[in-house]
Structures are given as C-alpha cells and as structure tokens.
Write a protein that binds this ligand. Sequence first.
Ligand code: CMC
Length: 422
Amino acid sequence: MSDSAKLKIGDQEVELPIIKGTESEKAIDIRSLRAQTGYITLDNGFMNTGSCESGITFLNGEKGILRYRGYPIEQLAEASNFVEVSCLLLNGELPNKEEYDSFNKLVSSHSKLPASFNEILDRFPKDAHPMGVMASATAALSGFYPELLNPELSADEQERVFAQLMGQLKTIAAHFYRRTQNLDPVSSDPSLGYAKDFLNMLFHGQGKDIDDDVAQALDVLFMLHADHEQNCSTSTVRVIGSSHANLFATISGGISALWGPLHGGANQAVLEMLEEINQNGGDHKKYLEKAKDKNDSFRLMGFGHRVYKNFDPRAKIIKKACDTVLTKLNVQDPLLDIAKGLEEEALKDDYFVQRNLYPNVDFYSGIIYKALGIPTNMFTVMFVLGRLPGWLAQWKELRDNPANKIARPRQIYSGHTERNYK
Ligand code: CMC
C-alpha cells in the first residue's frame, strides 16, 4: 500500500501522507490540507480525529483490547498494583524494586497539604459536590507552589510534582469527606499501600475493618481507570497543557471534564439509576424500554462507549471484582441483581445489539464503591484518583515533544453574514 492518500476535490487532486502506528493503525495526515486546498475537515465530537501520536495506551475497541505501554490490562490487574502501574505509565517501563520503593515513598512524603490549605477546604459547604471541591482545590494548590508554575520542569521537579499530586489529591478527597462527617482528618500511613491508606484516611475510627482483599479490589479499580488514551478528560488535559498552563490548572480542567455524566460522572449516575429502579419496584425492563424510546431523554447509564464496540475489557474484570467484594463483605445488594438483570436483557435486545451497546467500566464499579461505604457523590472522585497517573503521563508526553502545538481547532461559521449596527 502506498504511503500517501489522494483526495480529489473538483479538478484538484492532493496527496496526503499516511501515518502508521506500531499496531498497524492508519491515519491520513491532513495538516497541509487547508494550505493546499482551502478546505478543513469537520468532525463534530472528534468521532474520527486523531489528536496526537502517543506511546502510552493501546486500545482496540472492536476486539476489546486495552494495554498500558504494551502490557495487557488483564495481566496488570492480576499481578501488578496501582503505584507500579503509575510508574509504568509515567516512565514507560515497569520500575525495579528500588525505583518502585522510591516513588512510593515520594507519594507518601508529599501527601500532606500546605499548612493553611484545610482552611480552604473548610470554606466549602458540607453538601458541596466533592468533584467541584477536587477541581477547585487542585487549581488552588497552584497558589502554594509558585516554583512549579512554569511547565518547563526538570526531571526531578516533574517526578516530585507527579508524586505530590498523587498524594495530595488523595488527601484532599479524604479530608473533605471527613469534614462532611464532622470527623478530624487522618494522616497518610505509607506502610498501608495506596488503596488501603486511602480507605484508612476515609474511615479510620468509624468501626470499619479494612480488609486486605477489599483494599486490593480498590487497588485493581484504580489500575483499571489509570489511563484510556484520548478520552474526553485526557484530551482536555492535553488541550489545556498545550497552552503551557501550569500543571495544577491543567489537571483541574481534566477533573472538571471527568465530572460529566457521559464520562466519569456515569458511575454516580449508574447507581442513582439503579436506586431509582429499585425504589420503583425493581422493574428493570420498563427502564430498558425508556432507554430505547427516542422521545425519552433517559439513557441506560453505564452502557455504551465511543470506542468499545464489542465489550469493555475493564467491565469484565470489574464485574468479577464486584462479586468478590460483595461476598467478602457479606453484602446482599438488590442493586446488583437489578444491574445483572439489565445487562442480561440488554445483551439480547436488538436495540442494544445493533448499536453495539455493552456495559462499560462504570456499570459495576459503583456497586463496589457502595459496598465499601463510599458515598455516591464521591464515586467520580475515585475515578479521579485512578485516572490521575494517566493524565500526568499524557501531559508529560505532550511536554516532551517540542513539535506539539497549541490545540486550536477550526470551525465552519454558520452565523449571520455581515450586517450594520443601527
Ligand atoms: N442508552 C441508550 N441508548 C444509547 C446509549 C445508552 N446508554 N448509548 C448510546 N445509545 C444510542 C444512541 O441513542 C444512538 O442511537 P441512534 O443511532 O439511534 O441515534 C447510538 O446508541 C449511538 O450513540 P451515540 O450517543 O451517538 O454514541 P457516542 O459514541 O457519541 O456516545 C456514550 C458514547 C458513552 C456517551 C454513550 O454511549 C452514553 O451516553 N452512554 C451512557 C453514559 C455512560 O455510561 N458513560 C460512560 C462511558 S465509559 C467511561 C468514561 O468514558 O469515562
């Protein structure tokens, strides 16, 4: 096959280079199209637009494949842990023991918030949505680290700020939660490991035993969320980062994008939907009909995905983890039965089959979070903690490539033509 594509517009023929990825993905490089022809490409929602070349995550939506730096997600979920996966995403290779211990220590030693930061957290109303708190508090951290505002960071500074964000965002989430419960904050205990430490920072002194298997299930959830190539929040991080904004502001933007119910906010929306079905008598078939009705704006939350058109490999692992956690904690949750019923019905329903709509990562994760005692409005915060290393790795990749330009899409103007002011 030739390494270029020919495009004919009227009498004009232009030749555009073809770019191939290491997994044989193909793209037509249209960067010179406008200069050559005056045409732009139009792709609402970026349905078929590659925004960058990236060596971090490979995803094949037709085959249900997800790999971080080449490693299949199933193998990582089985044998790795969240901090190790974070090192892999950030540095390109799995860490050796020394590198792993050093990064782990760095995350813990930087998990403290600046001296007066709790005063900021205390100003939020207790019923503020934790995602708004996370986004604002992350941007507010910029005020305390003027030396880290310039995105041109040395390798040491980068490692420090990455570890710091991983530690501090965990602390912000836990401190805000405890404030809503009128409880004093709990400091990080590095000996516990990332997920168990976070659960301890949330629930210490509340009579909840933090079981190792349960903490392990949360660690797996963090790993499954750690990166997902150019999704909405990651693209937001890259767009903001491309303007050379500081890293705190950039990550804050990623958190805001994740909050939306079509993206990370779906995990909260799924649980609310399951609760509503339960409260209305558990008739899941009625809700399936509502989701299919084009005159009804209701969608089956936790179903469908822009790129997975076969199955979401993360959902498979999460469904298994869900059974494990509920059995371990001896929880019988009617919502799990409703979720399984919905899945079963949807998978044999023509509407869902024809549109390739399968359960996604958010469909079962909320049931696990609920079993752990995490409040529903904190579910998307769990996604933030998991996705953070992915955002950081994508930001680093963007910064490391001097050829990257400010993100600045074009448009087709469809408003008034010139008219005179009277
Ligand atoms: N329930 C009912 N119908 C659906 C659903 C759903 N959950 N998802 C898509 N459809 C239909 C949609 O109405 C459309 O039908 P038609 O072709 O007749 O107009 C068709 O399927 C294609 O949908 P789309 O909205 O054009 O697809 P998209 O790629 O733009 O959207 C999505 C992907 C994830 C936003 C969408 O499937 C959705 O809204 N799902 C529910 C929210 C959700 O679970 N989001 C989490 C996504 S995974 C985690 C993450 O991204 O963070």
